[in-house]
Design a protein around this ligand. Sequence first.
Ligand code: FAD
Ligand code: NAP
Length: 545
Amino acid sequence: MSERESSAGKFDAVIVGAGFAGMYMLHKLRGCGLSVTVLEAGSDVGGTWYWNRYPGARCDVPSIEYSYSFSKELQQDWNWTEVMAAQPEILKYANHVADRFDLRRDIRFETRVTSAHYDEENKRWNIETENGDRLNARFCIMATGCLSVPNTPKIEGADNFKGPVYHTGRWPHEGVDFSDVTVGIIGTGSSGIQAIPVIAEQAKHLTVFQRTPNYTMPAHNRPLSKEFIEKAKAEYDEIRETERQSQAGIIGFGFGFGGADLRMPEGSILETTEDEREKLLDEKGFAAVRQFADIAIDMNANELACEMYRKQVSRIVKDPAVAEGLMPRGYPIGCKRPVIDTDYYETFNRDNVTLVDLRRGGIKQITETGIQTEQGHFEFDALVYATGFDAMTGALLRIDVRGRGGVPLKDHWEAGPRTYLGLQMHGFPNLFSITGPGSPSVLSNMIVSIEQHVDWITDCITHMNEHQFREIEATEEAETRWIEHVNKVANGTMLTAPSCNSWYLGANIPGKPRIFMPYVGGVGNYRHKCDEVAANGYEGFSLTA
Ligand code: FAD
Ligand code: NAP
């Protein structure tokens, strides 16, 4: 590709999104000598960590592991300060990576992609942006994120509210001062559970509107010692290799999962007595709930663990009615993404926090001054939506993507997302998605999964260039077989229990097809499958000269 072609908007590859996926993809493809540009809607790098600046935002995977492994020098130079870093530190890390690898010169910020159409004759993608830019590329790589489109539920009267309104996924860059302000927050998923204790400390009063109580485990976050960091750096090669072969891309190095001192679940809760379970709670608190292996596969075992969980809630929350309101019931532990918190239940012992358990009477409408529920009217000055995302498919379906024959992606995915390995779709040649549905993605430490996809896509493009292939496309048969496999491994797990309504299933968005989107088979197994596919000449893909 000549300099002139690239300045005229012609590239070997266009990448959409400059989060951790887009940044690494740019670095890799540039390293292969390709002309590449990244288009990013935000005004800087970082993706999730650029947008989600709400109070209390932090990762739930130890930062030693939730970080890039591709550069040993980067790994050795960067020092994390806490077990699970807060959003400002993670964003600083993303900026450091952008500076260190000089990424910004190939990123166009404040550039939202609106369409990507495949030109079959020339075997290239035509990409258009909201600003009117037109780009043409051989490869279009979607690094648009699984949790990048905030969901604001349509609640009657929402526009009438007179005070300021925020969404955790679009938090103002200058921050929000809640001192002397009364706040209402809707949502008790990971974002709400992280934000509630921090907002409660500042606000005059906080009213929490909770539709479904969550199962959440204490983070046990703490500063990292110099000795610990040195040990991790010395063992990084082994840590990274173990992550790559693991189930979820996490080994809990030095801490156990989520920073808690947890061992791998084992044994049967069904074989314990009530006294034994009580004693375990005395010794370990919430960590005791997750220590048995059968809670992942047996509903009765799971219900016993849920009972233990509820008992532990009642031990922390002083007002029995509030404790009862916070207790999850009717769906299993493990059906949703595990939530990790700091002082969540303790927050409900504060005088300035009110729980509105919407199971006792739901929201009727938002008014000028608060929320009218079936239980009464609750007033506040500022409203926070912690109501999640149109996950996994939201960002891609907001772009008018059209493949062979002008077929829109939204038609191809009408009954739910269909992909081969989460990497490609039949009918959409030379288009890749990073951590797309059908890959371990959101069930894993996502940086491990991002790196695996980026490396695989880079190798694939290199292979095509070496063998003069112009087009790669997942076959219909491979896509169908893969989707059947994705569904088969998810069925029978807690993740697809009929009582489970998670965003993994699309259940948080009205009208979205109920399909389990990520791949449960595990990061290690999945990596082997992808490597095998490549080693067998990209089995399941058709390559054309
Ligand atoms: P993103 O970071 O979402 O980046 C995608 C980018 O694409 C965004 O910047 C977006 O603006 C841009 N984009 C989207 N559509 C367009 C378009 N049409 N045109 C132009 N640009 C577009 N994962 C973990 O493994 N561990 C954690 O602890 C963890 N914590 C999280 C905490 C929060 C609050 C959230 C919301 C998610 C968390 N995740 C976590 C998941 C997180 O999304 C991933 O870990 C990772 O940051 C995703 O990187 P990405 O580059 O794939 O996507
Ligand atoms: P979420 O898990 O989807 O939670 C959204 C919350 O809003 C739920 O409590 C939901 O209730 C509620 N809600 C939605 N619509 C509502 C309505 N109309 N009325 C009342 N309540 C409503 O979203 P999230 O908390 O932003 O988390 C999404 C994902 O992002 C996480 O699962 C995780 O992967 C990632 N994340 C990670 C961290 C971290 O700890 N590192 C932090 C934040 C986010 P229902 O349950 O009843 O639908």
